[in-house]
Design a protein around this ligand. Structure first.
Ligand code: PHE
Length: 341
């Protein structure tokens, strides 16, 4: 019987040590120490022993039972520790793996150019104004000296909201001149960027919606020299030192004299290419000295005050700033194009 006990002990200990999971260990506990277990089975056979042998064997069985229980507990702890380690390993975060970078958008090149324009004018003491795209024809035309019968008021040029042609999508940012005159204290230095609308078909140089930046100064003794100086400063800061500009006489109802400013073509340097349509120059703005009638209509005495204004095409300016060759790229929103800025 002694040998039997020793054999069971050795077998059990080896089996315990070989377990990989708590459930297996539990099954072995039942197998060796349970009610119908092998060791319990031996205790039941004690009846066949002699009176001297019985207590000896009983003690031996109890010792073995105790040592098996201890072994089970030790193995249980080992399995628990191993399971924990396994879980920690599985759930570990490898901080050295490169993350998934979310696709981030960024500013459109035209708005990048606008930010630069704003900075340049803010640096010269101008205030930036925002105004309505749905405008009164009175401010878009009448107050700008383009009265009834002026060709720019034509239904084929302008988006009106009503039969009476009183409310419209502004065709220029110039009504912001009037709004500034009506609401601000003199002297005034403002720019007013925004969308404008005209009934144009889309092509390489036209779109029914585009952007302008209006600019206006009203002060004492303001002259055309101030206008040219300011716009040349703008051109140099925006397009780089030594940028060549030219001023051509033009006509606008609300300025007198009026001009247009061209910047030498950024693509060909003035030789002539498709971007400048062979001209060597790109027109970027209209400007002039504010017409005395416009000042008068705003209650400003043209004998005391004078001013100048300009209206700049933002798309064209952005094209010059970033050397973009086709207007349509500005509106198509192809990310392969936009990503370059
Ligand atoms: N509003 C004019 C246009 O859209 C531009 C302009 C603005 C001209 C201010 C003179 C003064 O063409």
């Amino acid at each position: 019987m002694k040998e039997q006990i020793a054999k069971i002990k050795a077998e059990a200990l080896a089996a315990f040590e070989g377990t990989q999971a708590a459930a297996d260990l539990d099954a072995l506990r039942v197998k060796y120490l349970g009610k119908k277990g092998e060791l319990t089975g031996l205790l039941k056979q004690m009846g066949s022993l002699s009176a001297e042998e019985r207590p000896q064997m009983g003690q031996l069985v109890n010792e073995v039972k105790a040592s098996l229980e201890a072994a089970i507990e030790a193995q249980g702890k080992k399995l628990e520790a191993a399971a924990l380690e396994h879980r920690l390993k599985r759930e570990a975060v490898d901080v050295t793996i490169p993350g998934n970078t979310p696709a981030l958008g960024h500013k459109h090149p035209m708005y990048l150019a606008l930010d630069e324009i704003k900075d340049i004018f803010i640096g010269m003491g101008f205030t930036v104004l925002d105004g309505p795209e749905i405008e009164l024809a009175e401010l878009n035309f009448d107050r700008l000296n383009a009265e009834e019968g002026h060709p720019s008021r034509d239904w084929s040029d302008t988006f009106y909201f009503d039969e009476d042609s009183r409310v419209m999508l502004r065709s220029q940012t110039s009504p912001m001149q009037v709004r500034a005159m009506d609401t601000m204290e003199l002297p005034i230095r403002i720019i007013a960027p925004g969308r404008v609308y005209r009934k144009d078909e889309v092509d390489a140089t036209h779109s029914p919606m585009f952007h302008q930046v209006e600019g206006m100064v009203i002060d004492k003794n303001v002259t055309m020299a101030d206008l040219k100086g300011t716009l040349n400063t703008l051109a140099e800061q925006l397009f780089g030192k030594g940028t060549v500009t030219r001023f051509r006489p033009h006509h606008f109802p609300f300025t007198e004299p009026s001009c247009e400013m061209d910047v030498q073509c950024h693509k060909c340097g003035g030789v002539g290419c498709p971007t400048c349509k062979g001209e060597g120059w790109i027109e970027i703005l209209g400007a002039g000295m504010i017409h005395p009638r416009v000042l008068e209509m705003a209650g400003i005495d043209p004998e005391k005050w004078s001013g100048w204004a300009f209206g700049m095409g933002l798309e064209r300016t952005a094209m010059g700033r970033f050397k973009i060759s086709d207007l349509r790229l500005i509106f198509e929103n192809d990310v392969r194009f936009l990503e370059q800025f």
